[in-house]
Design a protein around this ligand. Structure first.
Ligand code: AHR
Length: 501
């Protein structure tokens, strides 16, 4: 099968916000305890952070990490995690039916983030708490000193404010599973008033209001309409979440799911424009896609903990999806979708980073290892920063019961900022046919292939583990450029990243 693609220097989508490649650490399962933090581990530093995990996070070059939740944040008291560790209370975490020791709180996480060379994106609790907690937390985190909360921070050992820019106004407030769930109108008012108070402290912070938890919510997309009607002029982003599953083991459908993501983004983009017009506003609101991933492998094994059959365990294994080769292809398509819609999606958080539906896994007292999905995320994060190209693609498609004409070739292109190189991210969705891709480079002088990485040839259910990581990229060897045309053959069911200079 043939596919033709045209990249034209003048046809671009947007400058990509590097935070499109962010991630997420929640107090959930083993993300924090025995994930990023394990004082007894052989690689632990003086603060108890696992150096092996830090190394992998740095390899991914994660620009921003959302914290501390997730569902967890909606019944969290951030003050429980400050002050002497031995005095911090153990609390029951109602979101995940576990116990929270509070040995890691904002100080520890901020130190970890600095070591991981990433920025923090913090969420306030608008479930069990509200405006007052939010303004106190913001003052604690961002005020230099001379006030109650900022002086308490200094007393607790941190002189300088952290200067956190990005703040989430709660989490998934439309979800019946959320502690303190609200109707769109209740949440819209609360978010507006909270934003007002937070902006009274600092008008330059960036605020993220909750959109729908998934497009399957009965309140979608009226939720976004109502919430933005209350908050449009007070916020910068509306958050969307989406998880992908393949319970039916239908590869064609699974690989086409990113089409639903495109529709989701397009729909909310239209809602944003509608409210903007309604309010005669000249400011823009963008999308923060601050939770996305494949999530379904661990559903059965999590049930006993979530149903309370184990009592209130501290940091049990939860949401430990072990990703396979099929997930590499899906994650590749999702990242391509974000690049293609980088005009409206500015922040993205792969949920999550360590142990919990994560690209990085750890064994307690043992090694840290890379899941299969580590690689498409790595390549997008490292080589997908710059200007997204508006590619013209001509390829056959296939039908599913939820999407028409799903292109066999999924592709995104980026003119990278750091070195002026071109990066192309390609997925062949076809299960049996190779794709002969001819990519015309119009107005570009790029004439050689500098990197060609391919992930191909594995059974769809092939996974990595702590002892071996068989699913990994290899070097491709058949990409060439002649007369401004890049030619490459994409094997059936393959992921590819090609860089040109
Ligand atoms: O990422 C796991 C959970 O998924 C988050 O806590 C919640 O926000 C979402 O439902």
């Amino acid at each position: 099968m043939r596919a033709s693609v045209t990249a034209h220097k003048e046809f671009t989508v947007a400058k990509i916000d590097p935070r499109l490649y962010g991630s997420f650490v929640e107090h959930l399962g083993r993300a924090v305890y025995s994930g990023i933090y394990e004082p007894g581990h052989a690689s632990a530093d003086e603060q108890g952070f696992r150096q092996d995990v830090l190394d992998l996070v740095k390899e991914l070059d994660v620009p921003v990490v959302r914290y501390p939740g997730g569902n967890f944040v909606s019944a969290y008291n951030w003050e429980d995690g400050i002050g002497p560790k031995e005095e911090r209370p153990v609390r029951l975490d109602l979101a995940w039916h576990t116990a929270e020791s509070n040995q890691v709180g904002i100080h520890e996480f901020a130190d970890w983030a600095a070591k991981a060379e990433t920025e923090m994106m913090l969420a306030v609790n608008l479930g069990s708490r509200g405006l007052d907690e939010a303004r106190a937390f913001l003052e604690y985190v961002n005020h230099p000193g001379g006030s109650y909360w900022s002086d308490l921070r200094r007393q607790n050992g941190r002189e300088e404010p952290w200067g956190v820019k990005l703040w989430c106004l709660g989490n998934e407030m439309d979800g019946p599973w959320q502690i303190g769930q609200k109707t769109a109108a209740e949440y819209g008012r609360t978010a507006f008033e909270t934003a007002k108070a937070m902006r009274a402290f600092d008008k330059d912070i960036e605020l993220v209001v909750c959109g729908s938890s998934t497009p399957n919510m009965p309140t979608y997309p009226e939720w976004e309409y109502t919430v933005l009607d209350y908050t449009y002029d007070s916020v910068d982003y509306i958050s969307l979440h989406m998880y992908f599953e393949n319970h039916e083991q239908n590869t064609k459908n699974f690989l086409a799911r990113s089409m639903e993501l495109e529709t989701y983004i397009e729909t909310i983009s239209s809602v944003i424009k509608t409210i903007k017009a309604k309010k005669r506003s000249n400011k823009d609101v963008y999308i923060s896609f601050d939770e996305w991933n494949v999530w379904y492998h661990s559903a059965e094994q999590d049930k006993p903990v979530l149903e309370g059959k184990h009592g209130w365990p501290h940091a049990p294994a939860l949401l430990e999806d072990i990703y396979d080769f099929a997930d590499v292809l899906v994650v590749g398509c999702i990242l391509n979708t974000f690049i293609r819609r980088s005009d409206v999606v500015k922040v993205g958080c792969l949920a999550q980073l360590v142990n919990v539906i994560a690209p990085i896994m750890t064994v307690e007292d043992g090694p840290a290892w890379r899941q299969t999905t580590f690689y498409p995320y790595l390549y997008a994060s490292k080589y997908g920063r710059g200007t997204a190209l508006d590619l013209a693609v001509d390829v056959e498609g296939y039908e599913t019961d939820f999407a028409n004409n799903v292109p066999y070739l999924d592709v995104a292109g980026v003119l990278t900022e750091a070195d002026g190189g071109l990066s192309f991210f390609l997925v062949n969705r076809h299960e049996s046919e190779a794709l002969d891709v001819e990519l015309s480079l119009e107005g570009f002088a790029h004439s050689s292939v500098t990197m060609d990485k391919v992930i191909v040839g594995y059974a769809l259910d092939k996974t990595n583990g702590p002892d071996e990581e068989p699913v990994a990229p290899a070097d491709g060897d058949d990409a060439s450029i002649v007369d401004g045309k890049l030619s490459v053959k994409l094997a059936p069911l393959s992921y590819r990243m090609i860089r040109l200079k």
